[in-house]
Design a protein around this ligand. Sequence first.
Ligand SMILES: NC(=O)C1=CN([C@@H]2O[C@H](COP(=O)(O)OP(=O)(O)OC[C@H]3O[C@@H](n4cnc5c(N)ncnc54)[C@H](OP(=O)(O)O)[C@@H]3O)[C@@H](O)[C@H]2O)C=CC1
Ligand SMILES: O=C(O)C1=N[C@H](C(=O)O)C[C@H](O)C1
Length: 267
Amino acid sequence: MMKIAIAGATGRMGRMLIETVFNSPDAQLVGALEHNSCPQLGEDAGSFLGKKTGVIISSDVAAVLANAEFLIDFTRPDGTMAHLAVAEKTGTKMIIGTTGLSSEQIGDLKKASAKLAIVFAPNMSVGVNATFKLLEIAAKMLNEGYDIEIVEAHHRHKVDAPSGTALKMGEVIAEALGEKLDDVAVYAREGHTGERKPGSIGFATIRGGDIVGDHTVLFAGDGERIEISHKSSSRQSYAQGSLRAARFLQNQTFGLYDMQDVLGLRK
Ligand SMILES: NC(=O)C1=CN([C@@H]2O[C@H](COP(=O)(O)OP(=O)(O)OC[C@H]3O[C@@H](n4cnc5c(N)ncnc54)[C@H](OP(=O)(O)O)[C@@H]3O)[C@@H](O)[C@H]2O)C=CC1
Ligand SMILES: O=C(O)C1=N[C@H](C(=O)O)C[C@H](O)C1
C-alpha cells in the first residue's frame, strides 16, 4: 500500500487527488497539506466529498511528510520548493505537477534528485504525453514550409502562461527541429509586428470560464494546415497519471523523471 500525502489539498487538483487516492485499492491517504492561512485547516480532508478519510488538513509539513512515502504536489512554485526542502530530509518521494517553476527552481529539483526520487511533469495525462510523441513525428515530417503555432486555453483561475504543457510542446518541437525553444519562441504579438519570422514557434493563450485544458498545435503551410489537438474534459486523467507516477517511483531510490519515463515513452 502506497502511503500518500497531498499538498494543496483544497485546490482543484488537490481535491481530485484526494478522491482518486481515497478510491484506489493500492494507495492510502496519510496526509493533506495546506498553507497556514487556509480556512479548512483542522477539517477532514474528505469533507468536500461528504466522506471521512480520517486525515486532517494540516500546515505542519514536517509532521505530515514524516509519515508519508510520497507527496503529490500541485500547488505553486514557492510551495513546491518549500515542500521539497522538507522531503529531502524525510526521504519522501515527490510527484510534482506544479507549473511555472523558474529555471533556478528546476535546477534545485535536479540537485535534490541526486538523493531523492522525483517525477516532475507539466501534464500527467497519458493523452498529452502521447501527443508529445505525435508532435515530435509531425515536426520532423513538416520541417519545411510549415509555420508552427501553439494555442492553449484554460480556466479563468489559471495564474501562469503559457501553460507548462504548451511550453513542453514547444520544447519537444524545437528539439525535433534541432533548435532551442528559447531561440525560436514568440510569446506575444501586438501592434506592428512585421511579418512572421521563418522558423519561429508562436504561442497564444486563452483564459476563460471552466476550461480544464485545451492545447492545439498548428502546422500551417501553403494551401493546407494540420492541427494536432488534445482537450481535457476532467482533471481525473491528471490524478490517475499522478498515481501511475507514484507506482513508478516505488522502484526508484533517486533521480528526476517525467511522465515519458513513467509511461515507457522515452526513446
Ligand atoms: N501537471 C499536471 O498534470 C497539472 C498541473 N497543474 C498545475 O498544478 C498547479 C495547481 O493547479 P490547481 O489545482 O488548478 O490550482 P489551485 O489554485 O486550485 O490549487 C493550488 C493549491 O495550492 C495551495 N497553495 C498555493 N500556494 C501555496 C504555497 N505557497 N504553499 C502551499 N500551498 C499553496 C492553494 O491554496 P490557496 O488557494 O489557499 O492559495 C491551493 O489549495 C498549477 O501550477 C497548475 O498549472 C494543474 C493540473 C494538471
Ligand atoms: O492549471 C491547469 O489547470 C493546468 N495546468 C497544466 C499546465 O500548465 O500545462 C496542465 C493542464 O493543462 C491543466
